[in-house]
Design a protein around this ligand. Sequence first.
Ligand SMILES: Nc1nc2c(c(=O)[nH]1)N[C@H]1C(S)=C(S)[C@@H](COP(=O)(O)O)O[C@H]1N2
Ligand SMILES: [Mo]
Length: 316
Amino acid sequence: MRKITPSEITLENHYLSRRQFMKAAGALTAGSLWLAACKGSETTPTPPLEGGTPPPEIAIITDELGDPANSLEDIINYNNYYEFTTSKTGVAELSKDFITSSWTVQVGGLVHNPKTYDVDDLLENFQQEERIYRLRCVEAWSMVIPWQGFPLASLLREVEPMGSAKYVRFETLYDPEQMPGQSSKWYQWPYVEGLRMDEAMHDLTLLATGIYGKQLLPQNGAPIRLVVPWKYGFKSIKSIVKIDLVEEQPTSLWMAAAPNEYGFYANVNPEVNHPRWSQASERRIGENKRRETLLFNGYAEEVASLYTGMDLRENY
Ligand SMILES: Nc1nc2c(c(=O)[nH]1)N[C@H]1C(S)=C(S)[C@@H](COP(=O)(O)O)O[C@H]1N2
Ligand SMILES: [Mo]
């Protein structure tokens, strides 16, 4: 058994199903990623099977809490992407022809060195890392996703924020021809999100470009999207075209749509309920039993200090 990275594996059917994982979990040491039952490897020869095909290579990816990553199938077929549809199972089909090539991201505002980046250059010039993060939707479902990407901080440093920059504002593409959901008058398009400067500079804050070692698919926010694992999923804005450093707190699409339900911070907090439902527990996609929601989605050790002295109930 050897430790490998998610991108070393390309065939998603090499992963154990969650049910298989639960059986195997007891037998394995906790780790982030293990390749087991290595077909054809010298160390673990596969026993001949009677009349059957040999088992495939099996890899288990877990987060640092030991929970298995969701399958690629789950991750690419159960999505929130309101630019396409409000149906979670309909996004994949409706977004399949979305054009994500020749994509640029304009970074500006209160910076000394504004620049428009080609996503291909971002992939080349910023060291891509593997990050296995929990994603907790405000609707109380969650997944574990093995992302590839790079810290937002490394991009922000390059454009040299001015001292007056207090927040970062992100914008998704506006293109109603390609994104049928943008014809909906219920929301103010384009999708906008924001972070406070220290949140944006935190090492956990990722600009994601891939999942399971493959480029992002449109339904997951291709070609580049934000991932802020300690906040509700809606902060993790997809298909970004513009990043601005600003002085005033940005108003997100969700704050504009329902200010009493969605605040600027949106930190995962089991003690602060959504006005219409409890946030104390969640359903991990692929599991039946609900699990308890963790403060800051389990990243309290890393991020709680960002909020010392703040009333987390008031600043929801
Ligand atoms: N532009 C944009 N970004 C978005 C959304 C959206 O509708 N539009 N949905 C958000 C919500 S509510 C969640 S839970 C996550 C879901 O990400 P996933 O589909 O990749 O799992 O994306 C977030 N980013
Ligand atoms: Mo969400």
